[in-house]
Design a protein around this ligand. Sequence first.
Ligand code: PEP
Ligand code: MG
Length: 324
Amino acid sequence: LSQDLLDLIELPSETPDGVHIPLYANTGLLSDISPSLRCGAEGVGLYRTEVPFMIRDRFPGEEEQFRIYRQVLEAFAPSPVTVRTLDIGGDKALPYFPVEEENPFLGWRGIRIALDHPEIFLTQVRAILRANAGLDNLQLMLPMISSVNEIDEAAGLVRRAHEELVEEGEQTTYPKIGVMIEVPSAVYQVPAMSKRVDFFSIGSNDLTQYLLAVDRNNAQVSDLYNALHPAVLRAIHQVVVEAHAHQRPVSVCGEMAGDPAAALLLLGMGVDSLSMSSASLLRVKWVLRSFNTEKMQSLLEETWLLEDATAVRALLHNSLDEAG
Ligand code: PEP
Ligand code: MG
């Protein structure tokens, strides 16, 4: 990293016109904690709990999970940590929980597995809620939500875990609950989901894959995978507008949030925070500190006239170049 970027660590993540946009880190490994803190992350916007599950050879029990989650929540307290419940299936396989499917990305993954195996979900939620005791910086997030029924069912299990813990004398509070918007059907259900959740986080990796019908990991079609595709941008914009109409904050936690060009548009749309790998934090902070809100909004307006991702990227790179 250049000295210019390192100098930004201590500076607020604020636009020149004074809008503060928290920049959060995506993590999954305990070893990511100190680099994220060093780069000035204001919390964790996506803690991928499947990562500790993937590097073991059996399901970690409640105690083992509790110790891991506690370390993350403690390291960032009082800053918020968004802990996402287990998101396995698709490309994320557990060696000790084999799932054989012809279409894994359209199959048994994320919240679907959790609801079919409530014992796995309840153990995890108990560990997460216990880890939050006395800290209260937890936000609980559900992956791969495609309908409100899944939210109701999952929230029912969270309530049950919380009640059990209270009966056992644990000092746990009921957490804020949010959902990932990463399946196209979720884009169109923000009003109904707003009645059920406290916040939204857009998973642009999966949302791009599902909107464009392009496998996010297939090199053969990687030219077609582009989060700046006008259809993806319109979907994200709609989510932001509708979530705000229902007083719910929106974050973006897919790779797109860490792309300085894409970040310009997301900020123009009015997203409330961005979460990214810590390696991208300072570059995005530089963008944030270089562009007025009005400028980012007018770039977004120009984008709506463009017809493909190449044109969008060219426009954004032009603006970034002009800014230095
Ligand atoms: C996403 O889909 O954008 C996301 C953040 O989740 P993951 O990359 O873990 O699927
Ligand atoms: Mg995802």
